[in-house]
Write a protein that binds this ligand. Structure first.
Ligand code: ADP
Length: 615
């Protein structure tokens, strides 16, 4: 530069040249670069060879930008142009780059007011702008992240918690629309008043400590309906660059249905527990193959003679008195196989007031299985039937004594009656003799009944004896049929005896069964006149059937007729005398001989009573 200024000018020149602010001076219509200080050259990315050149030639990249035109405007109008943070594209290091400048185009005028040059004074604010843009971008990103987050998220700003942002999930969770954004939380969700959330927010805001809520209940008005919902949520404080809390980020996850189903489960478990504990039956609930007592109601504890301390222990440990008794093994077997077990009048030795006592129970072990069919628990229901068993024992004892005591006098009455009949007949008074004969027949029935009662007591006390002998089965049946044929004048007993077998059983007892079948067949078929008796051998068994054509037995009642004292009910009941013991005794006899007994019948179609004995 060949400027011939004095020293002062040199000082100003140096000031300009060294100023950290880019300074330029453009002269004339063509905007000749008169001055461009170091800072300006640096901003342009050029060296001082551009000085003296036209601006448009020195910086050709300006052509597509508005600045050259603005400069011409300033020159023409004489009005300064000032701008802030304006974007300028400049080639630096051979690459077109973006910069931001605050700058002024200041027209310099001569005395006539003509613009002779333009002073360009600039401040490079690129870094500042870039930093601000970056913040903006990251804020935008954050906003977008919240908006798109797969959880419910929102930002509450300020100490009064203005809803700055709430993504779609959060709005849905609140049951509100976009309209609440911009409102105070308490205005957007007025139902929160009186719930703990506003205070929690304030606490987080003031302390800066996040709050985590687990399975927290919130009452929300979703689209007009107030209801309770459950959430896991976080209140996380948001801080500015000075670490001051300026807002709270809310992240929430609704778990209402989970909590509900858990509550339902707990409720049904509770119901099950209560049912178990409240039933008037003794109940227990055992888990794992070690049979751990998970539940036992008071009744059950009373049976065991134990207190609640047994709960949670394996049964073996909890009730050592059961050792040597079959129960624990049966329980383990039920757990292993999944097959339920039931027993009636089962004897058990249990501690009662510290003393071991014999008690009787009806009880069931029912295995509970999961979807895969695996046993996970056993339900135990038991009923103390000790009283009934003892009563029955007393009754049996009484029956035993009574029938025994009756037997002797009845036998002698019978003897006297027979003697009396013969004497009267000898006297020629047939009428009186017949009456005594009838008395004798009634006495036969009485002896029969006493015999039955005696048999029952023998069965019950296990004292019925069996004396097996080998005999011709068909032969024995024929003899009994002949005998029974005398009793009935109405029925013709037809035989078809084909077993041709020798059997080895108690002849008397088997005869008793056949007699019972035949007398029942006679008794329960008053309108018929035929009874069929057949025997045959099949698969190592000899089988006998007595078939009648009488009233028959309905299917439901068939399996009960072998029970003690069972008599088929209904109108016909009183027509036929009997105690309901005959078939019970018969079944016991056959059971003792290891045979089978059964009935085949249709109501009104007669009945077939059969038994099978091993040959
Ligand atoms: P009961 O002394 O009453 O005959 P049983 O034990 O011999 O006692 O028979 C039990 C019940 O079975 C009878 O009360 C009767 O209802 C029924 N029953 C037995 N045999 C027959 C049959 N042949 N036909 C129809 N019902 C029968």
């Amino acid at each position: 530069m060949q400027i011939n200024f004095d020293d002062n000018v040199a000082v100003y020149f140096t000031l300009i040249e060294e100023s950290p602010m880019p300074i330029g001076l453009y002269i004339g219509e063509n905007m000749n670069i008169k001055v461009a200080n170091k800072a300006m050259l640096k901003a342009w990315g050029r060296d001082n060879s551009v000085i003296g050149q036209e601006l448009a030639i020195a910086l050709p990249e300006l052509k597509e930008q508005p600045f050259l035109e603005i400069l011409q405007n300033v020159r023409k109008t004489g009005i300064a142009y000032e701008t802030k943070e304006d974007r300028v594209m400049l080639i630096n290091d051979g690459v077109l780059q973006t910069f931001y400048f605050d700058f002024i185009y200041k027209p310099l005028k001569d005395n006539d007011g003509n613009v002779w040059g333009i002073l360009n004074n600039a401040t490079n604010v690129t870094e500042l702008v870039n930093a601000r843009l970056k913040i903006k971008a990251s804020e935008e990103l954050f906003r977008k992240m919240i908006q798109d987050a797969p959880v419910a998220i929102g930002i509450l700003r300020g100490e009064n918690f203005i809803i700055e942002q709430a993504n779609a999930d959060l709005l849905k969770l609140w049951g509100k629309t976009e309209e609440v954004v911009g409102l105070y939380l308490i205005d957007g969700l007025p139902e929160l008043k009186g719930q703990p959330f506003p205070d929690l927010l304030t606490q987080v805001y003031q302390t800066g400590v996040p709050h985590y809520g687990y399975e927290t209940m919130a009452r929300l008005e979703r689209y007009g309906v107030l209801q309770d919902y459950y959430f896991n949520f976080v209140y996380d404080p948001i801080r500015d660059q000075h670490n001051v809390v300026t807002g709270i980020m809310v992240v929430a996850n609704e778990i209402t249905s989970l909590v509900h189903s858990r509550m339902e489960m707990a409720k049904s478990e509770e119901r099950f527990r209560n049912l178990l504990l409240d039933t008037p039956m003794a109940t227990g609930y055992y888990e794992t193959e070690d049979i751990i007592i998970s539940l036992a109601n008071d009744e059950m504890l009373r049976f065991w003679g134990k207190d609640k301390s047994v709960i949670g222990k394996p049964i073996e440990e909890a009730i050592p008195e059961l050792k040597g008794q079959p129960f624990i093994n049966i329980l383990k077997e039920v757990y292993r196989t999944g097959i339920p077990y039931h027993a009636d009048q089962q004897e058990a030795l249990l501690p009662v007031n510290g003393k071991m006592e014999k008690l009787w129970f009806n009880f069931t072990y029912k295995p509970l299985m999961n979807a895969e069919g695996k046993v996970y628990a056993i339900l135990h229901a038991a009923m103390d039937v000790t009283k009934q068993v003892r009563l029955q024992q007393q009754k049996d004892e009484f029956l035993g004594i009574a029938s025994h005591e009756l037997k002797t006098p009845v036998t002698s009455i019978k003897a006297y009656a027979q003697v009396l009949e013969r004497m009267i007949r000898n006297d020629g008074d047939e009428k009186k003799a017949d009456m005594v004969r009838k008395m004798d027949l009634q006495l036969n029935r009485l002896t029969g009944l006493i015999g039955d009662l005696l048999d029952v007591t023998k069965i019950q006390s296990g004292k019925m004896t069996f004396n097996p002998i080998k005999f011709d089965f068909d032969q024995a049946v024929r003899e009994i049929v002949d005998e029974m044929q005398h009793i009935t004048s109405k029925h013709c007993i037809k035989t078809d005896l084909n077993s041709n077998a020798m059997v080895y059983v108690d002849r008397e007892r088997i005869g008793q069964v056949i007699t019972n079948f035949l007398s029942n067949a006679i008794k329960y078929s008053t309108d018929a006149n035929q009874i069929d008796v057949s025997t045959y051998a099949l698969n190592g068994e000899v089988i006998l059937c007595v078939r009648d054509y009488g009233i028959g037995i309905s299917k439901v009642q068939q399996h009960k007729v072998f029970d003690q004292f069972y008599r088929v009910g209904g109108n016909l009941q009183h027509t036929y005398p009997g105690l309901g013991l005959g078939l019970y005794i018969s079944a016991e006899i056959i059971k003792n001989e290891k045979g089978r007994i059964w009935v085949e019948s249709e109501e009104g179609q007669g009945a077939s009573f059969c038994f099978a004995l091993k040959i």
